[in-house]
Design a protein around this ligand. Structure first.
Ligand code: V47
Ligand code: SF4
Length: 375
């Protein structure tokens, strides 16, 4: 059936090449975005997802902590950030972040703390080290995934240290890996509109290269559905693929769907349909042949569409999350958290096998008391 769907498609030549393991180029990617044959593109992506990850769908028991919303960049797509002193602006002390992490730990025994925030103009280097060291010493078995490449570069700026020295100090304090945020779309044209103050795409890639070369793995993302063109999306994916060829350090690619609420960028006239979202997941799987996982962050896509994305190339649905501010301040209507049993049910309903993972994709089993063990 899949064969027939693919062979009848206007992009069957591209899909066949992808299924044969050939690399797709920018023109191929653009043609896929221009095609209306969602079924064929999805079927090919699903086949590749199954080749790489079988019938498993990964999830993680995690907790997000957004330690500050104060940010000097004020990207136009971001409803989360505040300026210092503005209504709603906050900066957690290390103790406050620790208190957040304590909440629910006894109930769910998360295996990951995901810690990101804005670029605070004055917090000293010692704050970041103290934060990671304190979290790691309280939760030694928990993986600390913290600070986007943009935050790492900012910490280097305020400390006067090199990116490599910042990463080395954070690793020594207990940092496990980097999240994938801050990549947005690498195109300078797009960045000029949506994040003119943010460091360049090249710099983002160079921080990731340094991290990977030091044995620090990371995620990768693309913020889509605003002013970017098809070719800018595809070029972004190929830049990630190229770096992955070099370092092998990316664990997953996460498409992040732009939410316009309360942002300065606002509504974009050609907003994305559910079909467009699914096509983007599928094309990601087809273009980025060397990053093993495609993650659907259910908070941003919504639960129902996240389920469908699991048959359009995605194999990971992220986690329990517990507290999410970035997308909710921009109008997300999804819940802020899911229980493990909700996550498992959502995955089972898709006919795939719920598989708990840790941050670096080791499978996790739990004993009767719910304590995790990594296999
Ligand atoms: O870099 C900000 C995005 C990112 C909006 O690595 C927005 O596992 C949509 O990167 N609409 C931060 N997106 C969050 C992030 C992330 C999230 C979940 C998992 C992982 C991971 C990483 O959020 C930012 C930006 O791309 N973002 N504002 C918005 N209005
Ligand atoms: Fe700051 Fe990140 Fe928001 Fe940009 S996306 S304004 S860097 S918090």
């Amino acid at each position: 059936m899949t064969e027939e769907i693919i062979d009848c498609s206007d992009v069957s030549d591209i899909l066949r090449r992808a299924l044969d393991g050939d690399r797709l180029d920018v023109d191929d990617g653009v043609r896929l975005f221009e095609s209306d044959d969602l079924h064929a593109i999805g079927a090919a992506a699903n086949e590749i997802r199954r080749k790489i990850n079988g019938n498993r769908t990964y999830y993680i028991v995690n907790r997000h902590i957004n330690y500050t919303d104060i940010c000097k960049n004020r990207c136009t797509f971001c409803a989360y950030s505040r300026s210092e002193g503005e209504n709603g602006a906050y900066m957690m002390s290390v103790q406050e972040a620790l208190d957040r992490a304590e909440q629910y730990y006894d109930q769910i025994r998360f295996t990951e703390l995901h810690v990101v925030g804005g670029l605070h103009p004055t917090m000293p280097f010692s704050y970041y080290i103290d934060l990671i060291r304190t979290l790691k010493s309280r939760f030694p078995s928990v993986h600390i995934q913290a600070f986007t490449a943009v935050e790492i570069a900012h910490i280097a700026d305020i400390s006067g240290l090199s990116v490599r020295d910042v990463l080395a100090s954070l690793k020594d304090a207990g940092l496990g890996s980097l999240p994938g945020g801050g990549a947005e779309v690498f195109s300078p044209r797009v960045r000029e509109v949506v994040c003119p103050e943010k460091m360049s795409g090249e710099k983002w890639l160079s921080v990731m290269r340094k991290a990977h070369n030091m044995g620090i793995k990371s995620n990768s993302t693309m913020l889509y559905g605003h002013v970017e063109t098809y070719s800018e999306r595809v070029e972004h994916m190929i830049a990630l693929r190229d770096l992955q060829d070099e370092t092998g350090g990316f664990m997953t690619f996460i498409p992040l769907k732009y939410h316009p609420g309360n942002t300065r960028l606002g509504e974009i006239s050609a907003s994305m349909s559910a079909q467009d979202d699914l096509k983007l997941y599928a094309i990601s799987r087809l273009m980025i042949d060397n990053i093993p996982h495609i993650k659907v962050f259910w908070i941003m896509l919504g639960l129902k569409l996240a389920q469908v994305a699991l048959s359009y190339g995605a194999d990971d649905i992220d986690g329990t999350v517990i507290e999410e501010k970035i997308t909710h301040r921009a109008g997300a209507t999804t819940p802020q958290a899911l229980t493990v049993s909700q996550l498992v049910t959502i995955i089972e309903e898709t006919g795939t096998i719920p598989t708990e993972r840790d941050t670096i994709y080791n499978e996790v089993t739990r004993d009767e008391a719910g304590l995790p063990a990594i296999s």
